[in-house]
Design a protein around this ligand. Structure first.
Ligand SMILES: [Zn+2]
Length: 373
């Protein structure tokens, strides 16, 4: 679509802007907290809330913070750990009345925790046992979300990204998709610039890589192309101050980021980012992909690399450095092994003959550039 809404009034009336079928009902709202609580009541849901600790000082979330069935999550790490999910599930299971809906309020981490807890409630093993694709799992509680940061697409994807004892890998299952996502772009006004900037950078990389993928479906590529245009328009501006019109575009680009992952596949920067993430528990995913893109100038030479440099410059953000996150030369071999294992992502970018280009030496070369930066 073109001519994106600039005001909340236009946003709530905007017709569906994504093509790919998603499993989530998107509720466009001018009063996210109010609409969430109203819908839960109208539909007779027994809700259990998970809210990001960072929102506890924000009066707009008062009606949620007053709820009895509430878990305040300290989302300081980049992703929730499988142990966080296990502890929360155990806590909920001890309750006399069981919730039928887990509501995640916050950024990607709180949403991922809600998704994982929702499905794991109905499945006996530790969350770490369910990290992967196509595993046999039962449907758990319904998952509802109220995002307070836009760009991850987590609000509509059937993936709960988790950091386990061995690996960072999501629970990928249709029962992990939120049933309802209440989208109110005003709620991201409290997010720090660092989070708003890097989350949109990740959104840009998703759209850019899917739009350039050789294995993505057509609808996903079209959604990614729209998302790419929106992410670019946001990142080409200085994001120091929160602005509602940008928040609206970011929220719309985020939904496209989720819809385009269904049928779409990211590429090289994401493959490289997983090696980095596995070597540094505190490295946020969005920063890892930025580092990866900055070392892929020869692969993404039709804009991806140059635009990344430009967005960092406009926003006066210095290029992130691996060494600031404890990553050095000694981890190159391990990172290379992780990245080389992401067959589908290499296939996505280079096509069926990807092994002609991509081998250990090629991948190691990229990591050497990253650690030397
Ligand atoms: Zn990403």
């Amino acid at each position: 679509m073109s001519g994106e809404p600039k005001t909340m009034r236009d946003f709530v009336k905007a017709p569906r802007w994504w093509r790919t079928e998603i499993l989530t009902e998107v509720v466009q709202s001018e009063d996210g907290v109010g609409d969430l609580l109203r819908l839960l009541k109208e539909r007779g849901r027994a809700a259990y809330f998970i809210i990001d600790e960072a929102l506890s000082g924000d009066v707009r979330f008062g009606p949620i913070l007053e709820q009895d069935e509430l878990f305040v999550f300290l989302a300081s790490e980049s992703e929730p750990r499988t142990g966080d999910v296990d502890r929360l599930v155990a806590l909920i299971r001890e309750k006399r009345t069981q919730p039928d809906t887990i509501v995640g309020v916050g950024g990607g981490s709180s949403i991922d925790l809600a998704k994982a807890a929702g499905i794991c409630l109905a499945n006996p093993a530790s969350a770490a046992e369910y990290q992967g694709y196509g595993l046999d799992m039962k449907r758990g509680a319904e998952i509802w979300v109220l995002p307070t940061l836009n760009g991850t697409g987590a609000e509509v994807t059937p993936i709960a990204v988790l950091r386990g004892p061995e690996k960072k890998l999501g629970i990928n299952n249709n029962f992990t998709a939120p049933s309802v996502a209440v989208i109110d772009p005003q709620l991201s006004s409290g997010a720090p610039k660092f989070n708003r900037f890097y989350t949109m950078m990740d959104c840009f990389f998703h759209h850019y890589e899917i739009a350039h993928s050789r294995t993505s479906e057509e609808a996903a590529i079209l959604d990614a192309s729209d998302g790419l245009r929106m992410a670019r328009s946001v990142l080409a501006q200085d994001l120091t101050k929160y602005a509602l019109d940008r928040a609206i575009i970011s929220a719309m680009a985020s939904i496209l980021g989720g819809s385009s992952t269904i049928g779409g596949r990211v590429g090289v920067s994401h493959a490289i980012s997983y090696g980095l993430s596995n070597s540094s528990p505190k490295l946020p995913h969005s920063v890892a992909v930025t580092m990866a893109m900055l070392a892929c100038g020869d692969i993404y030479n039709d804009g991806g690399y140059e635009e990344t440099v430009k967005f960092l410059r406009i926003n006066k953000v210095s290029p992130p450095r691996a060494r600031d996150y404890g990553i050095d030369e000694s981890q190159t071999e391990r990172m290379t092994k992780t990245a080389l294992g992401m067959d589908k992502l290499w296939l996505s970018h280079f096509g069926p003959d990807w092994k002609n280009t991509v081998d250990a030496k090629f991948v190691e070369g990229i990591y050497r550039r990253i650690v030397a930066a």
